[in-house]
Design a protein around this ligand. Structure first.
Ligand code: HPA
Length: 276
């Protein structure tokens, strides 16, 4: 068997032995946004370290566990903390959790992250709805023998961020009076923040916000036929646009500040996804 698929199956069996739960929504909580898990009526949790062979999250602000439960009546599995490529895991391990959540039954992937704003109309603390992405700076997680059991060799990428889910998020933001930017997100590997020249280049390529996650997960989720939406918390203006050095503490602080509004948007979006 393909070793990547075998590992996925083993992790799936390990999770199934610990909890009997079929999620509708797979939610990934980005840097500093993990507190959303408090909104979930929790029925169980599994720490990544309890799953044999599973990558563990080593980044401050990322708890490193799956939380299972309900948001209103919608069954959700939530990654409280994600795994990043820059932590040193192979890219297939980085997307293993997303694939696992799809195998558990999740039809919808809701991705969140912290980013640096490149679009000159953005300010720190804004939210951005992803309408597309650029993946070219991180390895494609589908490289290697295709796992035919989960998806096709050459998946279409023309509408990764589902238009219906995007409309839901825009309507939720409108209904709550929360401003929501929209744009293209690029994933770079990190862990160093970008240089001003890199940010100028990304701006010319049409990138509105930059970060170190999400796109590879979206590619893996799309490969498995999930419907995907994603929101970024623009925690800082990117290098060369802001005039101070960037720190992870600043990113976490900005995300924590945005958390109450973020919670409202995520919660109501999940409720409305439950009504689809
Ligand atoms: N660059 C990359 N990733 C980020 C940034 C940034 O400026 N802010 C938060 N995550």
């Amino acid at each position: 068997m393909n070793p990547v698929y075998e590992k996925l199956q083993n992790c799936y069996e390990s999770v199934k032995a610990k909890i009997d739960f079929t999620p509708t929504v797979a939610l990934v909580l980005g840097s500093g946004l993990g507190k959303f898990a408090e909104e979930i009526e929790v029925v169980g949790s599994i720490s990544y370290s309890e799953i044999e062979g599973f990558p563990t999250s080593t980044v401050p602000g990322h708890a490193g566990q799956f939380v299972f439960g309900y948001v209103d009546k919608v069954p959700v599995v939530c990654m409280q903390g994600r795994v990043h490529y820059y932590e040193g895991y192979p890219i297939t391990d980085v997307v293993l959790p997303m694939r696992l959540m799809a195998l558990m039954g999740a039809k919808y992937a809701f991705l969140t992250n912290a980013s640096g704003g490149i679009n000159r109309n953005f300010k720190a603390g804004d939210f951005m709805l992803l309408n597309d992405h650029i993946s070219l700076f991180a390895p494609n997680p589908l490289i290697g023998p295709n796992i035919d059991e989960i998806g096709t060799r050459f998946p279409d990428m023309s509408s990764v961020y589902d238009p219906i889910l995007r409309d839901i998020i825009k309507n939720v933001a409108d209904d709550f009076g929360i401003s929501m930017q929209e744009g293209v997100y690029a994933q770079l590997t990190g862990p160093s923040f970008e240089s001003p020249a890199e940010i100028r280049m990304l701006g010319k390529l049409g990138v509105d916000a930059v970060g170190m996650s999400t796109v590879v997960e979206a590619i893996a989720a799309n490969h498995m036929g999930m419907k995907i939406c994603a929101i970024s918390c623009v925690c800082n203006l990117a290098a060369g646009i802001c005039d101070t050095p960037l720190t992870h503490d600043e990113v976490q602080e900005a995300a924590a500040k945005a958390a109450p509004l973020f919670k409202q948007i995520v919660r109501e979006t999940i409720v409305r996804i439950g009504n689809l």
